[in-house]
Design a protein around this ligand. Structure first.
Ligand code: NAG
Ligand code: NAG
Ligand code: NAG
Ligand code: NAG
Ligand code: NAG
Length: 394
């Protein structure tokens, strides 16, 4: 008796050593999310934004900081939020673990659980950028923020990630031959190592809009807009791509595999199409933006993977909720919004805006959203969306 119970104890100890569940916190619980960029002086207040998001039935939201007015407005709504640690904080967070702890206490822990903060994005588009000191600080900041969540016992609630632009890739054709740029590898590899240990995905900001504009004579715009076209053939993998977003994601998978991280999942943290631009940004039209965003919704509602990773259901946060009139750069930068400042839709892709008559009927009650916790009920909602979208199309 004594021996066998001892054996059992050892057996279970062994089990717990070998089967400790890897930290499987998931910052993105749906397939269609949205970026709530706020560099604007004319957008609605955060509580109106909550009403708008609920009317549009968009549950997963990213912001680029941890603004407390936003965190308070999202409290008790069931909406799920990824907050951002701005690039300007990376240096400090990487050198001062105590500052990282304080940041997490004040900007995350203080709002949980009523505000469903699901993730912290450490910086944005750091690697491949021009500021080398930021690249050097990124991993340290990610580790210190992760350690802070761990010591506050939030590491199974809040996922740590960082979003990459396409500047991290040495872009090559076809998708399967994509690798990371030589000057990024030294930062990327240790970062991927850390993220694979804590079970975090690779977050990609993917813009067929930008790729198309860089080479409009060679690229068929229908390929970039998910419209009927010949597509491209990858002769290394024997895979066919009928849209550019899938190809961009598989290029990221190829680079990850080349770096030794074949199992890491890619999620899209930004994608979108500008509805207006400078005279030379000819592709930035309302019609193209509507086509891209409408077809993107249909693509995501299919809940399918990409040709290279058919089992990894594609998930993406659209960029963005509103036009951001205070952003610098080309005019397109200020014109990615799906909604106007007054809450109306910028163009119709099947969402209801505020105050339109259909908004009331499709309005999700607080209770509905809170009861959408299980993947299944969310699946039903998405399936319903898919049916609506498909019937709109016919
Ligand atoms: C947070 O957002 C609110 C509402 O948009 C704004 O008034 C406030 O200035 C922001 N706070 C910070 C610190 O940026
Ligand atoms: C994180 O915490 C662990 C143990 O709690 C410690 O060993 C490690 O050095 C810490 N990492 C950083 C970057 O502070
Ligand atoms: C991209 O790849 C090519 C071919 O391997 C190589 O010659 C070039 O230096 C790489 N460029 C960068 C920026 O990594
Ligand atoms: C794929 O096509 C390229 C030219 O487009 C060619 O150089 C290469 O040899 C082909 N690779 C295979 C495996 O067929
Ligand atoms: C919002 O603004 C747009 C453009 O100015 C206008 O066409 C639309 O009617 C407005 N919607 C509401 C609900 O006021």
């Amino acid at each position: 008796m004594k021996i066998s119970s001892c054996f059992l104890v050892r057996f279970f100890l062994l089990l717990s050593v070998f089967f400790t569940p890897s930290v499987a916190v998931d910052g993105f619980t749906g397939t269609y999310g949205i970026n709530y960029g706020r560099i604007a002086d004319n957008i609605p207040s955060p509580d109106k934004v909550v009403t708008l998001l609920r009317a549009a039935k968009i549950r997963n939201v990213r912001i680029y900081d941890a603004n407390h007015s936003v965190l308070n407005a999202f409290s008790g709504t069931g909406l799920e939020l990824v907050v951002g640690l701005p690039n300007g904080n990376l240096q400090d967070m990487s050198t001062n673990p105590n500052d990282a702890l304080t940041w997490v206490q004040e900007n995350v822990q203080a709002f949980l659980p009523k505000t469903k903060i699901r993730g912290i994005a450490i910086g944005n588009e750091v690697l491949g950028g021009s500021d080398q000191s930021l690249s050097e600080a990124l991993l340290g900041a990610a580790k210190n923020i992760y350690n802070a969540t761990k010591s506050l016992k939030l590491d199974d609630v809040v996922q740590i990630t960082t979003a990459h632009s396409q500047a991290v890739f040495n872009n090559s054709y076809p998708p399967s031959s994509c690798v990371f740029r030589e000057n990024v590898v030294q930062y990327m590899n240790p970062l991927l190592d850390f993220f694979s240990q804590i079970g975090s995905p690779f977050c990609l900001n993917a813009y067929p809009f930008l790729a198309y504009m860089s080479d409009p004579t060679e690229i068929d715009i229908n390929y970039a807009l998910f419209q009927a076209n010949q597509g491209i053939y990858d002769n290394k993998t024997d895979l066919h791509y009928d849209n550019m977003l899938d190809a961009q994601i598989d290029a990221a998978y190829a680079a990850l595999e080349d770096a030794g991280f074949k199992k890491m999942e890619v999620i899209v943290t930004e994608t979108g199409w500008a509805s207006h631009g400078d005279p030379k940004e000819e592709a930035a039209t309302v019609s193209n933006a509507r086509t891209y965003n409408y077809n993107l919704r249909k693509r995501l509602a299919l809940r399918k993977g990409t040709p290279m990773r058919p089992k990894n259901m594609l998930r993406a946060y659209v960029f963005a909720l509103f036009n951001e009139d205070s952003k610098p750069g080309p005019a397109s930068e200020r014109n990615f919004g799906l909604f106007l400042p007054n809450g109306s839709v910028a163009y119709n892709i099947g969402f209801s805006g505020l105050k339109s008559s259909s908004a009331t009927s499709s309005f999700l009650s607080l209770k509905d959203i809170q009861h959408q916790g299980s993947p299944n009920s969310y699946f039903l909602v998405l399936t319903a969306c898919a049916i609506v979208l498909l019937s709109l199309n016919s």
